[in-house]
Design a binder for this molecule. Structure first.
Ligand SMILES: [Zn+2]
Ligand SMILES: [Zn+2]
Length: 654
């Protein structure tokens, strides 16, 4: 016990040895250590009696914990995750620590806070009776401990099924974790669950204060049964007696972390809990991976093909706009439809997956286009606040007085964003209530709550928004849906985007007709004769998904082959390229195909260039072994570039 290994949050893939001058067993406890010239909080992962290395060993500066924050099982799990993602153990460990514990606060400092977990209090009268179909799904869920895919069309009552299931778990003294894709969805789902489970429901997401999150972390460890509803990072909570994890809107990209430690909450659920916890994936448009796993019978599939009550499935029409006059990006005919629908007292939803006013701002005299130097993207014009914004990192600039390239002051914009559609609709229908819902309009708790109220309202309204509108909301009276500009996503070369766009489309269409009224969904397009539309028109996600899967199988793409991206970034492009070229050489082995290096779709983010290599193989074990070798080789070589990751199960190239 003279020395300890400490995991600190650093990009280096190893633990570091320090002298243990306390005489105590420190495994699993937080300690303050000197690391280079900084002081960092780390966690002791192992102890050792002697040290034979060449470095001078430093003392631990302070022991912050009197009892371990992590037990041995948890430390083993964290090691497993670090190995799986080939990511530094200190960084992985930090993800499990609530922000309050990432600071030099001792357990004594924090002992004044308590979780205040209430006794279980279920409101039986607020559960709906299940239909025969729902009942049969519930029975199967209870019947075994396999992973289940609850694949039901929109409004088929999936939530009610897992509510009933959770009720039975709580009554057995177990807890449940319900993961949702969006902070924006949490007020709605919280209210909904509270009706059934009163004060046994907790919410966890990054919009809370660190103290609020710390209290939920404490509550998670309480023995009393409870429900925690949260976004992706709630998977790191140490929940006692956990019985089930439910992934609501399972297909959503937000379950995958997109930078730094690029974990997938669905994968972590399995690594952390193994077979001890029931995992349910719920969606009307499951991810192709999950769908394929259910076809291979790795995941049990439960289907709900009908909507409950009177609501009708949406009718999707393809609306060609070649050579047509557009107002705010919408054809004259569809503008008339919007007017008619509004006069009838119904609600309309217009989806355009691009926020801001216009995506391109340019100089008419020399063609200069406003680009950021932070990230290599065009700046988006935000008319209301008179700013040009980078949608990648949210940096914003004032609109220039004159062109930085030629000095003229004759600007215009191109393309269309949600703000422009909102403006156009307000001009055409000055009396209508137009509600815009996108990342800009729902930031902050007050705005989230307000938007939530609007969605529940039944007064005539026109909603204009991005994919945020498609995420699990229960709109009350939408009878007309207009979908703009999805051609690129559906038919472009990016296979991830194609899957996501198909899901978005079916999800948005599913917001219509929930009250049993007739409804129409128009898909505005410039390529109306594309054969894919014949499938999309049916509104049957499985037909669309099967077609995409067939194509992928033919082309030997994921999920039929294992693909990993090696992503790197650096301020110096030549150095970046050199790193990846060497990596490619190292990794080019039998059974392994390595492509690249390619520039990332957004070639520069936060002043750093981004590039990547694609590594794929039909022999997963060989590929992972080779990557593992590469990781330890690179660590030993002390490469000039430290900012690189192996992205396992990537969902995009950026
Ligand atoms: Zn100019
Ligand atoms: Zn930027």
């Amino acid at each position: 016990m003279n020395f300890v290994d400490v995991a600190v949050p650093s990009p280096l893939r190893s633990t570091f040895t320090y002298k243990n001058n306390t005489g105590k067993n420190l495994i699993g406890r937080r300690v303050l250590v000197e690391f280079g010239r900084r002081k960092l909080i780390g966690v002791v992962t192992a102890d050792r009696d002697d040290y034979k290395g060449e470095y001078k060993i430093k003392d631990i500066l302070q022991t912050l914990d009197h009892y371990p924050t992590f037990n041995n099982t948890q430390l083993l799990t964290i090691k497993k995750i670090s190995d799986h993602y080939m990511h530094p153990i200190g960084v992985v460990l930090e993800a499990f620590l609530p922000t309050m514990l990432r600071k030099t606060k001792t357990q004594l400092d924090l002992s004044k806070y308590s979780s205040g977990v209430c006794d279980l209090d279920i409101n039986d009268s607020n559960f709906h009776e299940l239909t025969a179909d729902q009942e049969s799904c519930l029975k199967k869920i209870k019947g075994n401990d396999r992973e289940s895919l609850l694949f039901g069309v929109t409004s088929s009552g999936k939530t009610e099924i897992y509510k009933h299931y959770i009720k039975s778990l709580l009554q057995e003294g177990k807890s449940a974790l319900v993961l949702v894709p969006e902070i924006f969805l949490t007020p709605q789902i919280h209210d909904d669950f509270k009706k059934n489970f009163n004060n046994s429901v907790y919410i966890h997401h990054s919009g809370l204060t660190e103290l609020q999150r710390f209290k939920i972390w404490l509550a998670a460890q309480d023995n009393k049964p409870k429900i925690i509803i949260g976004t992706r990072s709630a998977i790191f909570l140490p929940i006692k007696n956990l019985g089930a994890i439910i992934f609501d809107e399972e297909h959503d990209q937000s379950y995958k972390q997109q930078d730094g430690f690029r974990y997938d909450a669905r994968t972590l659920a399995k690594i952390i809990y193994g077979n001890d916890v029931k995992i349910i994936y719920s969606s009307a448009t499951p991810s192709l991976n999950t769908l394929q796993s259910s076809k291979d019978n790795v995941i049990e599939r439960l289907s709900l093909k009908k909507r409950i009550s009177k609501s009708k499935m949406p009718k999707i029409e393809v609306h060609p706009i070649n050579k047509k006059n557009l107002i705010g990006g919408i054809s004259d005919e569809l503008i008339d439809e919007i007017k008619k629908n509004d006069e009838m007292g119904n609600q309309t939803l217009i989806l355009l997956n691009r926020r801001g006013y216009a995506p391109v701002f340019l100089c008419n005299s020399c063609g200069w286009i406003a680009k950021s130097n932070c990230c290599d993207t065009s700046l988006v014009l935000h008319q209301g606040v008179r700013r040009l914004k980078c949608h990648r990192c949210e940096s914003a600039w004032g609109i220039p007085e004159c062109c930085p390239s030629c000095g003229a002051s004759d600007f215009s914009y191109k393309g269309i964003g949600t703000q422009q559609v909102e403006e156009a609709i307000k001009n055409i229908l000055p009396k209508a209530e137009v509600i815009r819902i996108d990342r800009d309009s729902v930031s902050g708790k007050a705005r989230r709550d307000k938007s939530s109220l609007m969605i529940k309202d039944i007064e005539p309204k026109i909603f204009v928004g991005t994919q945020l509108l498609a995420k699990g909301h229960d709109f009350k009276k939408i009878t007309l849906i207009i979908i703009l500009n999805l051609d690129f996503g559906l038919f472009g070369a990016d296979i991830h985007l194609q899957e996501q766009t198909a899901q978005l489309l079916i999800q948005v269409a599913g917001r219509a007709g929930r009250t049993g009224m007739d409804n129409k969904v128009y898909l505005q397009t410039r390529v109306a004769d594309h054969p894919m539309f014949n499938l999309i028109k049916t509104g049957d996600y499985e037909l669309v998904a099967n077609e995409i899967l067939k194509e992928r199988k033919k082309l030997d793409l994921s999920p039929y082959i294992d693909v990993v991206y090696l992503k790197a970034e650096d301020a110096n492009q030549a150095r970046l390229r050199k790193f990846l070229v060497e990596a490619k050489k190292y990794l080019s082995k039998e059974h392994l195909e390595v492509y690249g290096p390619f520039e990332a779709p957004i070639t520069k983010v936060g002043y750093k260039h981004r590039m990547f290599c694609i590594i794929q193989s039909s022999k997963k074990e060989i590929m992972l072994k080779a990557l593992d070798d590469f990781v330890s080789h690179s660590d030993k070589q002390k490469k000039e570039i430290s900012n690189w990751v192996v992205d396992i199960d990537p969902i995009n190239a950026s």
